[in-house]
Every structure is written in structure tokens, then in C-alpha cells.
Design a protein. Structure first.
Length: 121
């Protein structure tokens, strides 16, 4: 088993990807070249950055990858706002992914902070 596979944040990111795929597949055909691939790419990027960052040799590199994961997470949240504003899906349909995004944000931030503390110890 790889190090990242044991991380709770990685497992939560996988759950989040599932919720974003579910949301994206319910978008109208008019969004098949815009929001659909964008939300999928950004959600997938979160998982990939967590995995890639976990095998880096320095905490600085890992923090950088976690930062990229956070940026991708915010991109998916913005996509969810657009989806809601365009009335493509109801608030209730978006809520599950949004709730996971908040938990994922907290865990990514906590992991970054723990790496910062290690650096300053």
C-alpha cells in the first residue's frame, strides 16, 4: 500500500471526486464542453495532487502539492456555484458535494499546517 492510500484526506478526496462525477453527469448537454469537463478535471486534480505530493522528498514540495489541491478544490466549489446559479441542479443536489468540500478543505489545511509545524520545529 502506498503512503497516500492510508491518508484520510485522500480517501475523502476520492469520495468528493465521486460526488463531482455524479453532479457533472446530470448537467445539460449544453455544458458537455464547459462545466462538465472542468468540474471533473478539477476534482480529479485534487486526488492526484494529494497522491503526488505524498511521495515528494521534502515537506516544502508536499505543501506545494497540497496547495494545488486546495486551488483545485476551490475551482470545483466555484463550478458548483455556477451550476446552482444557472439552475442546472437544485441546491439539495449540490449540497452533498459542497458539504464534502468543506470537510476536505479543513483536512487539506490541517495537513499543510502540520507540515509547517514540522518545518519550524
Amino acid at each position: 500500500m502506498y503512503k497516500f492510500e492510508r491518508l484520510e484526506v485522500y480517501q475523502l478526496a476520492l469520495e468528493y471526486v465521486d460526488s463531482m462525477y455524479d453532479l457533472a453527469k446530470k448537467l445539460p448537454r449544453t455544458e458537455e464542453r464547459n462545466l462538465h469537463p472542468q468540474v471533473i478535471r478539477a476534482a480529479t486534480s485534487i486526488v492526484l495532487n494529494i497522491a503526488e505530493g505524498s511521495i515528494t522528498h521534502t515537506d516544502t514540495e508536499q505543501r506545494r502539492f497540497l496547495g494545488m489541491a486546495l486551488l483545485s478544490l476551490m475551482e470545483t466549489v466555484a463550478c458548483q456555484h455556477i451550476i446552482h446559479r444557472r439552475a442546472y441542479r437544485s441546491e439539495a443536489e449540490i449540497r452533498k458535494g459542497y458539504d464534502i468540500s468543506q470537510m476536505l478543505f479543513g483536512k487539506l489545511q490541517a495537513l499543510r499546517r502540520s507540515l509547517n509545524r514540522k518545518r519550524h520545529s
